[in-house]
Write a protein that binds this ligand. Structure first.
Ligand SMILES: Nc1ncnc2c1ncn2[C@@H]1O[C@H](COP(=O)(O)OP(=O)(O)OP(=O)(O)O)[C@@H](O)[C@H]1O
Ligand code: SF4
Ligand SMILES: [Mg+2]
Length: 335
């Protein structure tokens, strides 16, 4: 079914993905028969992603970032809402009709140690998506694999192609994972904390590489991270996620320079200071505990931790995500 979806974010010129009121709930059971309820991992997300843009999804552990990324790729069934991918409604497409989506999307995982098969040579790991999708003959696939390895700067590619994962470093393994994700020339990649398990010295290299490839191939890129500092440098826009909901979205530099939602402000106050002379300066942390998604707080989910809590309103009324300035969306009763 081809549907023309109306865009709503004025910063996006050409839409690739548009999620409307997206919900992904996980059933929680005790034993076989007793249902305890649902973990509302993604709970009413509206999100547009432009073609060729990098959007960072930032939030504390358990806020639903991975579930959102996997739901947009239809690796998890959404419970409610709609997802448009390149103007096609993919929300309810049956698995056999999702083949083309698998060709046009990819995922880079946090842990390069477990996301690639240690028993296969690098060549076979990178070639696999082409084989699964029956693309090219042997010669064409070989050319594509060597080009993919060169693209991720594993040079000379013929040497790396022959190696096994244990023969290369963690950063190089993540390059292999990126080569495999990109070999199908996808339109959209979800990179879920792609550098958090790597040494600090190679993190920037890998992020810079992803950015280069994203620009070269005009890929839309969802960068999931806890780290606002790298989100600022490597993404066009930042979406802040709290307890299954997006609470603020805007241009990265503006969100960092002038955070509007109290939760975003708390996250920014908690960024470590890179200036060594301020090393011992106390950084604030986001006070309190992240809420249970099985039984989230009423009204605004941030209200038990919010220093600006408005009694009689915030615990009762859920704030909706509204455009409070051009291209800046915030869900908070203060605005
Ligand atoms: N398959 C599942 N079954 C049940 N609950 C799940 C499942 N996957 C995730 N959850 C729950 O959904 C919530 C959101 O999880 P998710 O992994 O999406 O968060 P996250 O923001 O990616 O966290 P992290 O930063 O730690 O990776 C958590 O409470 C998690 O326990
Ligand atoms: S809606 Fe109320 S509780 Fe929620 S962030 Fe805004 S001021 Fe704080
Ligand atoms: Mg995660």
């Amino acid at each position: 079914m081809l549907v023309i979806c109306l865009g709503r974010d004025p910063l996006i010129k050409e839409f690739l993905i548009s999620a409307k009121n997206l919900k992904t709930y996980f059933e929680v059971r005790k034993g076989l028969f007793k249902r305890l309820g649902y973990v509302k991992a993604v709970d009413g997300v509206n999100l547009d992603i432009g073609r060729g843009e990098t959007i960072a999804i930032v939030g504390e552990s358990g806020s639903g970032k991975t579930t959102l990324g996997r739901t947009l790729l239809r690796l998890i069934e959404p419970t409610y809402g709609t997802i448009f991918f390149d103007k096609t409604d993919i929300t309810k497409l049956p698995e056999k009709e999702l083949k083309w989506l698998r060709k046009r999307t990819g995922m880079v995982f946090q842990d390069p140690y477990s996301s690639i098969d240690p028993m296969q040579r690098i060549y076979s790991i990178v070639e696999e998506p082409l084989l699964v999708n029956k693309i090219g003959n042997e010669k064409e696939r070989e050319k594509a694999v060597l080009e993919a390895l060169s693209n991720v700067k594993l040079e000379p590619p013929e040497d790396f192609a022959r190696k096994y994962p244990h023969m290369i470093s963690g950063g190089q393994r993540q390059r292999v994972a990126i080569a495999r994700a990109l070999i199908m020339r996808p339109d959209f990649i979800v990179a879920d904390e792609p550098v958090s398990m790597l040494d600090a010295s190679v993190r920037v290299e890998i992020l810079t590489l992803l950015k280069e490839l994203q620009t070269k191939y005009n890929i839309s890129f969802m960068y999931i991270t806890h780290d606002l500092a790298t989100a600022k440098y490597f993404s066009d826009r930042i979406a802040i996620m709290y307890a299954g909901k997006i609470v603020e979205i805007g241009l990265s530099r503006e969100v960092i320079r002038e955070p509007l939602h109290p939760y975003t402000q708390a996250l920014i106050n908690a960024i470590p200071d890179p200036d060594p002379s301020n090393r011992y300066k106390e950084k604030e942390t986001v006070g309190g505990e992240p809420p249970s998604l099985l039984n989230p707080p009423s009204g605004c989910r941030f209200h038990p931790r919010c220093p600006y809590f408005i009694k009689g309103k915030c615990e009762i009324e859920e704030p909706s995500l509204r455009e409070v300035k051009f291209g800046r969306w915030v869900a908070c009763h203060l605005y």
